[in-house]
Design a protein around this ligand. Structure first.
Ligand SMILES: *[C@@H]1O[C@H](CO)[C@@H](O)[C@H](O)[C@H]1NC(C)=O
Ligand SMILES: *[C@@H]1O[C@H](CO)[C@@H](O)[C@H](O)[C@H]1NC(C)=O
Length: 169
């Protein structure tokens, strides 16, 4: 169900990337990265990049591949438990999300004028871990075609939640 949906939704962005790849402009290494902070992109390209990144990173869980393709290796990091640099984020996310299923819900907001992409996800602690359902908001700042800065806010569902529909639509 989900993969069928993803296929349709992301067919268009991939077509657009094909256009980016085919352009003979100064893209550093098109086989591994779209990142170039000095290369301006249009609003629709930013939407395509962010939607594709979210699909690859969160839903396909290709942390390494998605970060390499879309995020600066010199990522400025604001999560207090992760060092600067995209590799640090890959390592921490890989280890944390190994204990969670999902995401089972996402909300994506893209502000093309200011160059920010925001994704809100809901994860579920794997059976036996005792970890709660957890809401995560990730905020990425673009520079050119590249995401260069990251913030997040993470909240575990408290034992006595008064809200009957936490972290979802
Ligand atoms: C992370 O990068 C920012 C921006 O370059 C810098 O100000 C900060 O000191 C760096 N943090 C560490 C721990 O190196
Ligand atoms: C949750 O509710 C139970 C029963 O009312 C109470 O004993 C417990 O202290 C509460 N836990 C928290 C974290 O508020």
């Amino acid at each position: 169900m989900r993969s069928q949906f993803a296929l349709i939704v992301f067919a268009a962005p991939f077509a657009l990337f094909h256009g980016i790849l085919a352009a003979p402009s100064c893209i550093p290494d098109t086989s591994t990265t779209f990142c170039d902070p000095s290369r301006p992109i249009t609003g629709s390209q930013m939407r395509s990049i962010f939607n594709t990144f979210v699909d690859q990173f969160y839903f396909k869980r290709d942390f390494q591949g998605a970060m390499k393709k879309f995020v600066s290796s010199n990522l400025i990091q604001h999560n207090p438990q992760i060092a600067n640099g995209s590799q640090a984020q890959v390592e921490v996310v890989t280890s944390i999300l190994a204990n969670y299923d999902g995401p089972e819900f996402e909300l994506v907001i893209i502000d093309v004028e200011r160059g920010y992409g925001v994704v809100f996800n809901r994860f579920r602690g794997k059976a036996g871990t005792g970890l709660p359902i957890t809401g995560v908001a990730d905020i990425y700042r673009f520079e050119g075609s590249c995401m260069v800065e990251h913030w997040d806010v993470i909240e575990g569902l408290p034992p006595n939640s008064t809200n009957p529909m936490p972290f979802r639509k």
